[in-house]
Design a protein around this ligand. Sequence first.
Ligand SMILES: Cc1cc2nc3c(=O)[nH]c(=O)nc-3n(C[C@H](O)[C@H](O)[C@H](O)COP(=O)(O)O)c2cc1C
Length: 338
Amino acid sequence: MIEERKLQHIKICAWEDVASSHNYWDDVIIRHRAIPNANLDDIDTRVKFLGKTLDYPIIIDAMTGGHRIAKKINRNLAIAAEHFNIGMAVGSQRAAIENPELANTYSVISEYEIPLRIGNLGAPQFALGYGMEEIKKAIEMIDAHAIEIHFNFLQEAIQPEGDTKITGLEKNLAGIAKKYVLIAKETGAGISIDDAKKFKKMGFKALDVSGVSGTSFAAVEKYRGGGLNGELFRNWGIPAPLCVMELRELGLPIIGSGGIRHGLDVARAIALGADVAGIARELLKPAMESSNQVIKKLEEIIQALKIAVFMSGCGSVRELKKVNYIITGKLRDWIWKQ
Ligand SMILES: Cc1cc2nc3c(=O)[nH]c(=O)nc-3n(C[C@H](O)[C@H](O)[C@H](O)COP(=O)(O)O)c2cc1C
């Protein structure tokens, strides 16, 4: 059942129109500098995230596991993550927790030298009996350095078979977050400042904003029987760049994600306050083909990131955090309404 659903998600995300109507990263403009401050080839792209050094500020974000083509996809992504020395998350590990025969579709990534391996479980399960035991299994399965807990309640509410109980959820997760390195993650509708404050208090160590701009899981569910509500809630949520701008004041490490398409978006996310950018659907089709396709796509992303750093007068990705930017278009409307 879960196995089948996860395969459907892959097919729908690869072939159907599941994007939010507007990509808010386009509304972020970094100020141009005519005289760069460092040679393009000398741009330092390294960052530290959750105690690990990554050669580029990029995390391949959670997508898959638990079905017949998942092992190939995760292997292709893992080869690229090793090649660039960047972070990688697997998709929800619930399928393998419930059927251990599927574990190798996730654990394949531990065959590669990836500096930050991130596991993934859904928050709704922690209101339905999951606890420390499942976290331990998820960590062991991929030798994880951290676990993302995804808050995908919009998707669950639209799914005909969704899990929408929340009783006991926060208390349960607060206990676990004190013991393990947990990252609070959305899946395309964003994290508000109020929720981020709660996550911090509960003991989460980082936030993966996954805001509105890219993949909409309401739209995904439209193609799986979510019908009218899937379309109605396609754009529900908080723009990804706005999440980053609001959450940066908390001082927790931030993965800027949701709609990151290229290296310019990566630069924008960091300029607004993210520590790294998370990329999911942009890498899906290349990963369905080969590791070389993923590497090629990431090379393009990294080259554009370096040009953005160069042309904003910075010598390193870290310096991007101090750069001047302006907010235009629809994103500016959101700022005015704060
Ligand atoms: C095919 C696919 C499957 C996904 N599965 C998961 C998942 O299992 N767990 C999770 O936390 N997020 C999952 N996501 C959400 C992404 O990690 C990310 O938060 C979201 O897609 C927004 O990023 P994007 O616009 O770059 O795709 C999935 C995304 C895609 C495209």
